[in-house]
Design a protein around this ligand. Structure first.
Ligand code: FAD
Ligand code: NAD
Length: 493
């Protein structure tokens, strides 16, 4: 077979949100770029992750199918799945391909494999013979994302366990669903499938949302249980088998759990198998370590081969959310443009080309009921990093803004403050609609705004944002502070 030859300034492997954005940035900076994609332009987020799962969640919030009669429930489920299909663009990428074209980014379809310095082979999905060789003048960018991790539990693969892709794209709602894991995917999918009418069991070996503040986790567990979900904390699945009645899971020391389907949601692995990492001295299948401008590091932590290879998005394992991958893409894309012009990158902490926020200020919203929105560190994480931190808590329902929301609003907020520096290092809000409170907290953390100055950021009345005022009152003015133990805020009359 003839191998076609191509030359671009930048070659991007993977057209997920991170790959698309780095290509966009280098083209905007005057370079040429090609993206190599083996599946759909748009990546996991558009077709099997963010968009379809949020469409499922938002379709059922106000009228959960589980609360309706049989025929209304069937209609509701069909409408929810159809809406989800639209948000996943029916798994066609024409619109995103058109966008690439409009942005002046070239596309090559196929599986990319590194072939040494600045060289990438493109292979058909079903063959190991390259059909194209693409050479980069300046940089190659890995943006290959991650796939669901399936733990080595005997029988789990054999029973055809669902991964997040199956849960996001299912065309039918199983009557019962067991979920292994207690992280973000498990929580969101337990919420969605319970609302869609499945009898859901969550087997959360390490707890539910264990990386978030305990109060948020407790609120989500209570709400899942209120929705009929059987939440089993500390339950570890040690075996699985399928028979004519469905799947049976062995739960170590705690009997068995039966369900029509089982969803495995215990984290991700990098899409680096068969990527040709061996040709540049890295290990096949490994996470890719990078420096602050997203250049790939060698096994010993030094810059790999002069710095022609970058890695952005999930594949570098720094922060597995779309917005952070896009942030890295902007930093890396601009750094590539600067270096191609012979300029130094601005790689100091918080510099134009450094992805510093990955370490200090990653915002995330978990779209459960209630929603949980968090940025920075929890109190425990702050203390384990050696920060002399205190927490202040506030019941969001005590704001006038919350009183004006639909009846029954419940919510809770916590700020984590670095006491010696008097700056906010973490914030968590739990409650429906709290996602829009998050960006103010992200700005406070990124800006390291002193509490004394935050005191002057006056929240409008009557909004839930008044929680900020109450939290700062609870923290106290530096001259009148006495008890910073984390007790709930007293709300002045
Ligand atoms: C169920 C679920 C829900 C999520 N919800 C959210 C959310 O609400 N908000 C949020 O911020 N994040 C969410 N995430 C995380 C988000 O999906 C990822 O952080 C994001 O998709 C990562 O983008 P990426 O571009 O790095 O990789 P991906 O989106 O995974 O894209 C990588 C692309 O590279 C391609 N590729 C891989 N290897 C090759 C190769 N060798 N050759 C050519 N192409 C290749 C793949 O086909 C894919 O298209 C969710 C994740 C899951 C699993
Ligand atoms: N709304 C969002 O932003 C959103 C939504 C979904 C997913 N995501 C991202 O996708 C990524 C993947 O999500 P996820 O939920 O798969 O991973 P996760 O890392 O959020 O959670 C995985 C959980 O599984 C547990 N676990 C690990 N091994 C286990 C085992 N063998 N048995 C039982 N439990 C085990 C871990 O303790 C952890 O709590 C996350 O990084 C998340 O940020 C984001």
């Amino acid at each position: 077979m003839t191998v076609t030859e191509h030359l671009y300034d930048v070659v991007v492997i993977g057209a997920g949100p991170a790959g698309e954005n780095v290509a966009d940035r280098v083209v905007a900076g005057g370079l040429t770029a090609v993206v190599v994609e083996q599946q759909l332009v748009g990546g996991e987020c558009s077709y099997w992750a963010c968009m379809p799962t949020k469409a499922l969640l938002s379709a059922t919030t106000s009228h959960p199918a589980r609360t309706l009669g049989a025929s209304d429930a069937a209609e509701q489920v069909a409408a929810a799945l159809a809406r989800r299909d639209r948000f996943a663009s029916h798994w066609h990428d024409d619109d995103q391909v058109a966008w690439l074209d409009s942005a002046g980014i070239a596309l090559l379809r196929g599986r990319a494999r590194l072939a040494g310095r600045l060289a990438v082979d493109v292979l058909p999905a079903d063959s190991d013979e390259p059909v194209a060789r693409v050479t980069a003048r300046h940089a190659v960018v890995l943006a290959t994302g991650t796939s669901a991790l399936v733990p080595p539990v005997p029988g789990l693969r054999e029973v055809g366990a669902w991964t997040s892709r199956d849960a996001a794209a299912a065309q039918e709602v199983p009557a019962s669903l067991a979920i292994v894991g207690g992280g973000v995917v498990a929580t969101e999918m337990a919420t969605a499938y319970a609302d869609l009418g499945s009898a859901v069991t969550v087997l959360a070996r390490d707890g539910v949302l264990p990386n978030l503040e305990p109060f948020a986790s407790a609120m989500v567990v209570r709400s899942l249980e209120d929705a009929g979900v059987d939440v089993r904390l500390g339950a570890e699945v040690v075996g699985a088998r399928r028979d004519e009645r469905g799947v049976e899971l062995d739960v170590g020391g705690a009997g068995t759990v039966r369900a029509d389907e089982v969803l495995v949601a215990v984290g991700r692995r990098p899409n680096t198998h068969g990527l040709g990492l061996g040709s540049i001295g890295l290990d096949d299948g490994s996470w890719i370590s990078v420096d602050e401008t997203l250049r790939v590091l060698d096994r010993d932590g030094t810059l790999l081969d002069g710095g022609w290879l970058y890695a952005v998005g999930d594949v570098n394992g720094r922060a597995l959310v779309t917005h952070q991958g896009k942030y890295q893409a902007r930093a890396a894309g601009d750094a590539i443009v600067a270096r191609a012009a012979g300029l130094a990158a601005d790689d100091e902490p918080w510099g134009w080309h450094a992805a510093t926020a990955d370490h200090a200020a990653v915002p995330q919203v978990v779209f459960s009921h209630p929603e949980v929105a968090a940025v920075g560190v929890t109190l425990d994480q702050a203390r384990s990093r050696g920060i002399e931190a205190v927490a202040v808590d506030f019941d969001l329902s005590a704001t006038a803004g919350a009183a004006l929301r639909p009846d029954g609003f419940r919510g809770q907020a916590r700020l984590v403050v670095d006491r010696p520096r008097d700056v906010v290092v973490g914030a968590t809000f739990a409650g429906d609609g709290v996602d829009e409170l998050l960006h103010a907290a992200t700005i406070a953390v990124v800006g390291e705004v002193p509490v004394k100055r935050l005191w002057h950021a006056v929240p409008a009345f009557p909004t839930v944002s008044e929680a900020w005022l109450r939290l700062l009152e609870a923290y106290g003015r530096p001259d009148s502070r006495h008890d910073l133990s984390g007790r709930p805020a007293r709300v002045p009359a």
